[in-house]
Design a protein around this ligand. Structure first.
Ligand SMILES: Nc1ncnc2c1ncn2[C@@H]1O[C@H](COP(=O)(O)OP(=O)(O)OP(=O)(O)O)[C@@H](O)[C@H]1O
Ligand SMILES: O=C(O)c1ccc[n+]([C@@H]2O[C@H](COP(=O)([O-])O)[C@@H](O)[C@H]2O)c1
Length: 202
């Protein structure tokens, strides 16, 4: 499952679990994006933080693992390179499924070497609340769309809530709340929430 995971939240975990069930997958490998080239670089947290949060969030599920493949590769992250590396590593005996969200798949034709992607893996697009994807324009048989039990959570909302001093308990696993508190991720650069700064202007 590919994503920026900034931070990983229960929407991602439910999607991974649901797709594993529907497609009878042996393993779901979460692959945090190294450098998401279609996102503003300055607004994405360090890859190492996103990787560590993904490890923490998935640790309790024996079918979930995390790969450093994109974090370690360096440079802009292209899914086509990730799939080629995975294919080289596993050989032709495994079926690869690339799981991601409907919003990301809607833009797949703008991805690097889009034509090759569908030869390397079967793509699974997760419909989430507010993002319904049609498979119009996508190659027949190359993509499956699945409905994920509605969980209206997004990473951007989690980041906004932390910045505003609002709780993210139960939107993300407990360990992620603790990691964010410990590292100060998503807070203002001076480490204070806006509400506290207003009360104690420096
Ligand atoms: N609640 C959800 N249900 C199903 N799929 C989801 C959900 N949240 C995210 N996804 C999908 O998981 C993929 C990877 O997610 P990503 O790391 O970009 O998180 P995000 O919540 O979409 O982040 P952001 O709000 O920063 O755009 C995305 O393509 C996204 O559509
Ligand atoms: O290969 C590409 O060119 C490409 C362009 C945009 C996104 N992706 C991948 O799509 C997945 C979801 O991305 P995002 O930005 O929605 O978190 C993630 O694994 C990205 O690396 C891949």
């Amino acid at each position: 499952m590919g994503g920026t995971f900034d931070p990983i939240h229960h929407g991602h975990l439910v999607a991974g679990s649901e797709v594993a069930h529907l497609f009878d997958l042996d393993e779901v490998v979460f692959v945090p994006t190294g450098e998401p080239w279609q996102k503003d670089k300055t607004s994405v947290s360090p890859a190492e933080d996103r990787y560590l949060m993904t490890v923490i969030a998935t640790a309790s599920n024996p079918r979930f693992t995390v790969s450093r493949i994109e974090v370690d590769r360096g440079g802009p992250t292209y899914t086509v390179e990730t799939l080629r590396q995975l294919r080289d590593h596993h050989g032709d005996d495994v079926d690869l499924f690339f799981i991601t969200g409907a919003d990301a798949l809607a833009a797949i034709l703008s991805w690097r070497n889009a034509d090759d992607l569908f030869k390397l893996a079967h793509f699974v697009g997760c419909n989430r609340p507010g993002h319904q994807l049609s498979d119009r324009g996508l190659p027949q048989g190359g993509v499956s769309l699945v409905e994920i039990p509605a969980l209206s959570i997004s990473s951007s909302e989690c980041r906004e809530r932390v910045r505003a001093g609002e709780p993210i308990w139960y939107l993300v696993p407990d360990g992620i709340v603790q990691y964010i508190n410990k590292t100060g991720l998503y807070r203002d650069p001076d480490g204070q929430e806006p509400a506290r700064r207003a009360a104690h202007p420096s």
